[in-house]
Each structure stands twice: as C-alpha cells, then as structure tokens.
Design a protein around this ligand. Structure first.
Ligand code: MIG
Length: 732
C-alpha cells in the first residue's frame, strides 16, 4: 500500500512511545508544523492553536473514550485523563487520552496528535463551522493520514502504533466482579452460585478489598487466609482470580514497597524535591514515577508477588492518577473554614466553601505541584499527565514479561494513552446502571477500537446505581460482543450477579452467556485478525458501507467481518428498528443452539425481539463459526464446531485459532481453517480445509440461501467436501 502518512513536528516532544512503526521514509520526510496546510496555525509563547473551517457535510469521528456519539461535530472535548465517575453528557474528558480523529468530507483525513499534556478540541461548538484545537504546549508531533475510506485511514494509523495487546483466550470468557467481595468466603460463594446455576464463568475479580489496608502487592490475612491455597482452590473450579492494583503506594513504615520506593527514589517529587503526598484509598500515598525506566522495572517486578501464588491477570486502577485530596490543599480548606466561622456565613460564602470542598479531588493545582524525571530533567506533572496510566501499565506488562516471556497475562487499565494499547486493554470505567449507559457503551466500543485498544468493554449492568433485571439482560445482550465481558458493580449498589435476580432472569442470563461462549470461536478469530491486519474488531456501519444513511447509525455495529448486531438499549421494548444496508440472514438467538433463521431484505425493518432473544445479522456470502458451551473457555470442545452462513453466490471464510495462552501467535503459529460453500450441479457443496495441527475433527454446516432454504451437513476430516442437504426450518 502507498504511504499516505505525513509527519509534522514542532519543538521536540518527549518520547511517548505511541508511534513505533513509522516507515523510515515518512520519518525522513517530516516537516515543520508550519507546513501543515490543512489547518491555519497560531503559535504563541506557550500554546499552539490549529483551526479548520468545516464544509457543511463534514463529520468528525474518533477520539476514543468520550461520552459523545459517532459524529463529534458540535462537541467540546478535552484530552486529559480524568477520574470521572459521572459519565454525563456534558463531560469533556474520561479516563483515556486518545488524540486520533478523522474528518470525513469531500476528503478523508486523519490526525494523530502525539502530545502528553492537555489538548482542547472545540469541534464546531463555539462556531458550528470551525474546528479549533488548542494544544497546551509547543512540543508536538502531528501525523496526518489521507486515504479514500475511513477504513484505510484508520488502518494507516493502526499500522504505525504497533499491534494491539492480546489477552489469553480465557479473557474472552464471562468475568464476574464487584467492589465488596470482602472475604475469600464471599468469592467462594460467588463461584459456587455460578456453578450451581450452570452459568459459564472464567474469572472472579478481587477489588481493593483483598489488600491489607489497600497496600499494593499485599493480601489481607484475616479476610483472605492462606491466599496461595485459595487461588488454587478457585482455579481447580475453573476460576482465575484477577486482583486490582492501584497507582498510589501507601506511606507506612515497614511496608516494603514504600520503604524501597523511598530508598531508591522511585516516587514523584514536589517543588521542594520531597516525595509528593496525596490521599487515595490507602490514606496518604506517594505516586511511583513511572516515567523513569528504573521505577517501571521496580514496580513491574512487584507483580511477581502475586504471580508467584498463581495469579494470571490484573487490572490497574486509579492511574490518571486519581487524587482524593492533598494534605496541602486540605489544610488551606480547613483554614478557610476556620476563617469563615469568624462572621455569619452569607450564601455566596457558603457556596464558595462547598465548591472548595468539592474541588479538593483531582484538582488542576495538585497536578501542577509534582514532578517526574524525564531523561534526567524534572518535568511538571500536568505537562505529561496523559502518560501516567500508560506508563504504569507498561511497567506491569514488562514486569509480567520478565516473569514469563511466553505467557499471555490478562491486563487492563483505567487511564490510557495511545501506545498503551500494546501493553493492555482498558475498561470503560465507572458508568451507572442506566439505560443511557448501555447506549454509551455501544458508542464507546468502536471508538475505542479505532484508537488501537481492541480489548475493552463496559462494566456490564452498570457500576453505580441499582440495576434492574431487564437492564442487566439487555446490557448483557450487547456486552457479549465486546472482547472484555465483565459484570462489575460498585460497593453498596444492588447485587447484580446473574443469579441475584428471579429465577427466570437467571435462566435468561445463562442463555445469553452461553451464546457468548458459543460465539467465542468467531469473536476470538475476529479479534486476532483485527490485531494482525491492523484493522478494528468492532466498527460502526460507516466503516464498511460509508453512505449517507450509515453515517448516522450508531446503535448497530459490525463485529468482525461477517456479523452485524442491533441490541436493544431501552426499557420495555419488544423489538426495535433496524436498518439493513444489504440483505442479511437474521438469527434471533436464544442460547447457543442455532434456530430461528430468517432472510431479511435490505432496508428498514421493525424486528420483534423478546427479552430472551439476541438478534444476529449475518452479512451476505459470509458466516460465523460457533463452538459448544462449557463452564470455562478452556473446557470448550475444540474438536467440533458449527458454521452458520448466508449463501448468495459463494462463501469463503477463514477461521483463526491458536493455543490461546502463549505468544506463539507472534511467530504466526496459528491454526487456520477455511470453510467454503459453493454452488454445484446438485445444489450446495461445503468444503473445509482443516489445519493439520488443529484438534478440529468436524464442522457442522448450516447455511441459508436467499430464498430461505436451509441446508445442512457435517464435514469431517475424512469427508472434507460434501453435498449439503435441504432441511426444512422446523425439522429438527
Ligand atoms: O474510587 O476499587 O473504576 O472499578 O471498583 C473508586 C474500587 C476506586 C474505581 C474503579 C472501580 C473500582 C473502584 N475504584
């Protein structure tokens, strides 16, 4: 492919590590930012402003993790990793800083702004026809991508930032989490209930409750006695435990991580060169200076404390970094309160006080009051803020790599910046059990994928607030298509495990989760192909169809190359409107067993969908590969699979698989099965090209043709080319 990438530089941006595969020729041809003619530029003493005049029909997509929809035109965003638990429509920042966006108009042009500080985007907000980008600094690299489609421009970007993180295959299983599984017995009970209800589940999470007073790399002996045995006890039942790691290190004499950090100068410092103090869950903490190679190595090695007792995955939290307060500003606040007591409080002074109390957390002033060491120099935190969570997760990934270079660990983070996608995934943070947040998670999945982060998913069921059974069911019906499928809830919210509701709900959730396991062969194959081809796993329809109509559709998604989904995300619905850009085969799935197929013509439809059903739309001349259901991903039967296809003129699908646990895939050691369905004189013929090394012995083929005629047959290694038989829909 021809290179349509141009790099423009101003000053010298610190090495963020976002771009790692820039073609030599592009690097050589880099120019000063003054050559970037797409924008009008204003460079002042401390900031760079870029302005672009929109064409009437221009739309703007990208920016990864935001509360906005597909087309960001008319919005304001601020690129600044924020501990933002309220995902309300007016919020300008979430946890990630993803400065990649595409302007689609007469031309299609993408930009990646590699800059670790704050960037303000006014995307036709102040003036509807003007894009105004304000970069809070003078050292920046701007990459421009041109191409003839959204797909090709996205591909160019994904090609230079390095391949996405790949989780172990069991990371595609159902994962159960909640903040307030206080003791080992709580976890045991969760495991027991899941198994008794026969609901597949691969992991159970340990939130901050497992630690000894919130100290990283400790476990609380009272609540989790004999942790090592407990980990293996749960593993024997098929559950991997996934502990949380927070960014702040508790200040406590005798705590080894604290003491080593002090002794070896691993912590961020304040103006006076003393370790910077902030308060988070452990109370007063220091923040490791992940900008230093030695510190990354030191902290990363600590994960071994937990891998040594059998842990195989982690989630890194609070790494924006979140700050509840700093002692310094708390004191100023106290002084203010004292002073206020001197005279009667008027209403404005009351609101001042209230506002000051609220602004104690994650305050910009605090972010301006500590420093990192970057290449020997001290750099003020706010200038490089967006890299903190990234470097923490890089530290973890490198630590895990040192522990076992060939093993895939599960790893994801809350804060992120482009480049971090090579080290781990991200979860979508603290949403609420609101219907609006199902919709938001549907908007986030493709947007986050576009920025390189393939492994992602929402807190299914909602983190804060209370979930109703219907909300959880509908949310689950979407989340089973996200790579990271995790049910997570906040402390003191209503319990929302699949077994926490009426029996009928548990049954419905079981079927939905079973469908997820059935889909894993297809989902995993699609994920691995996206990573390998530098494309996306989940996409808006516009990515494939790009016409006036699909430009406005953001509640239907493409998952991989063959599947379109149209989840219900509103309460009390018995169906929904679905737009089909082309004719498709609808499988209204109720569980993992293929039934209820229907060919639907292109156009607009109202599709009836009961609470138990998950509609899957299969694109013409393609299909999906399905497995059997099991308690865990590793127990799934790899010897037989089912292929469900929609036949018009001919199908050829390749299905990717690998061992799921090692990094052999990096050496292209994959298993590839090709499935073809062709027209022959006596009807339809199915041919399967089995991979020599795979365990797969037979594939059950189910296809439907345009007329609604269903065909079936079983292809084996001995009979790898067979004639399919006509069956009537209701025969079986
Ligand atoms: O201040 O560890 O986003 O998933 O359950 C809250 C407790 C800290 C925020 C995370 C959430 C997690 C919670 N954490």
């Amino acid at each position: 492919m021809k290179n349509n990438i141009q790099l423009y530089k101003h000053g010298k941006v610190m090495a963020t590590g976002a771009v790692v595969e820039l073609p030599e020729a592009v690097a050589k041809a880099s120019k000063g930012i003054d050559h970037l003619s797409y924008f009008k530029q204003t460079i002042s003493s401390d900031e760079i402003a870029l302005t672009y005049r929109f064409d009437e029909k221009d739309m703007v997509v990208g920016f990864g993790e935001t509360v906005k929809g597909l087309n960001k035109r008319g919005s304001e965003l601020v690129s600044f990793c924020a501990d933002e638990p309220e995902h309300l429509p007016n919020k300008k920042s979430l946890y990630g800083a993803h400065n990649f966006f595409i302007i689609l108009g007469k031309e299609i042009t993408g930009f990646f702004i590699d800059f670790p500080g704050t960037i303000h985007y006014d995307i036709g907000f102040v003036d509807k026809d003007v894009l105004n980008i304000k970069i809070d600094g003078l050292d920046v690299d701007i990459y421009q991508f041109t191409g003839d489609s959204l797909k090709s421009v996205t591909h160019e970007f994904l090609s230079i930032i390095g391949a996405s993180y790949v989780p172990p295959k069991w990371g595609f299983g159902y994962q159960q989490c909640r903040w307030s599984y206080e003791t080992a017995d709580d976890i045991r009970r969760i495991g027991k209930e899941m198994r008794e209800a026969n609901i597949p589940c691969d992991t159970i999470y340990l939130d901050i409750d497992y630690m000894e007073r919130f100290k990283d790399f400790t476990t609380c002996d009272d609540k989790f006695p004999d942790f090592e045995n407990f980990v293996s006890e749960m593993k024997d039942q098929g559950f991997r435990l996934i502990p949380i790691i927070d960014a702040g290190v508790k200040i406590e004499e005798g705590y080894d991580v604290y003491e080593e950090g002090i002794k070896e100068n691993h912590f961020c410092v304040d103006e006076d060169g003393n370790p910077f103090v902030a308060a988070v869950w452990p109370g007063l903490v220091h923040f490791p200076d992940f900008f230093k190679e030695e510190t990354r190595q030191w902290f990363g090695d600590k994960y071994k404390v937990l891998t040594d007792v059998g842990i195989e995955g982690f989630w890194n939290d609070m790494n924006e970094p979140a700050i509840f307060y700093t002692p310094k500003r708390l004191k100023a606040f106290y002084d203010h309160v004292e002073k206020s007591k001197e005279k009667p409080l008027d209403i404005y002074s009351f609101f001042d006080l209230k506002g000051e109390a609220e602004s104690l957390s994650s305050s910009p002033e605090d972010y301006r009051s500590f420093y990192h060491e970057v290449e020997g120099d001290l750099v003020r935190h706010d200038k490089v803020h967006n890299l903190y969570g990234y470097f923490m997760t890089q530290s973890a990934a490198q630590g895990l790599e040192a522990i076992d270079a060939d093993k895939r660990f599960l790893l994801f983070s809350r804060a992120s910046y482009v480049g971090m996608h090579r080290y781990g995934g991200i979860w979508m943070g603290d949403n609420d059990s609101w219907w609006e947040h199902i919709e938001l998670s549907m908007k986030l999945l493709p947007a986050i994928n576009m920025c390189g982060f393939m492994y992602t998913g929402p807190d299914t069921g909602g983190f804060q607030s209370d979930a109703s059974s219907e909300l959880l069911i509908r949310w689950m019906q979407f989340s089973i298509f996200a790579p990271l499928l995790r049910n997570h809830a906040a402390l003191s919210s209503r319990n929302q495990e699949p077994f926490a509701f009426e029996e009928a709900t548990t049954e419905t959730l079981k079927n939905i989760i079973e469908l997820r396991y059935g889909l894993i062969p297809y989902l995993y194959s699609s994920y691995m192909k996206a990573v390998g081809e530098r494309s996306v796993y989940a996409a808006n329809l516009i990515m494939a169809y790009d016409d006036e109509r699909t430009r406005e559709i953001e509640d239907q998604l493409l998952i991989g190359e063959s599947l379109m989904i149209a989840p219900i995300y509103k309460q009390n619905r018995t169906g929904r409107l679905v737009y089909l850009p082309e004719d498709m085969l609808l499988w209204n799935a109720n569980g993992a067993v293929v039934d209820s197929l229907k060919v639907m013509p292109a156009g607009d439809h109202f599709v009836p969908i009961t609470l138990a059903e998950v509609p899957l739309f299969i694109r013409p001349d393609s299909g999906i590969i399905l497995g059997g259901v099991a308690e865990t991903v590793e127990q799934m039967d790899a010897t037989q699979l089912t292929f469900l296809g929609y036949m018009k003129t001919g199908i050829e699908e390749s299905y990717y698989d690998d061992d799921g646990v090692t990094k052999a895939y990096e050496q292209n050691q994959s298993l590839e099965t090709t499935i073809r369905v062709v027209q022959s004189e006596n009807g339809l013929r199915a041919l399967v090209d089995f991979d020599q090394d795979s365990e797969l012995m037979n594939v059950k083929i189910i296809v439907m043709d345009e007329t609604g005629q269903r065909y079936e047959g079983i292809v084996t290694r001995e009979a790898s080319s067979i004639c399919l038989e006509k069956v009537s829909q209701y025969d079986n």
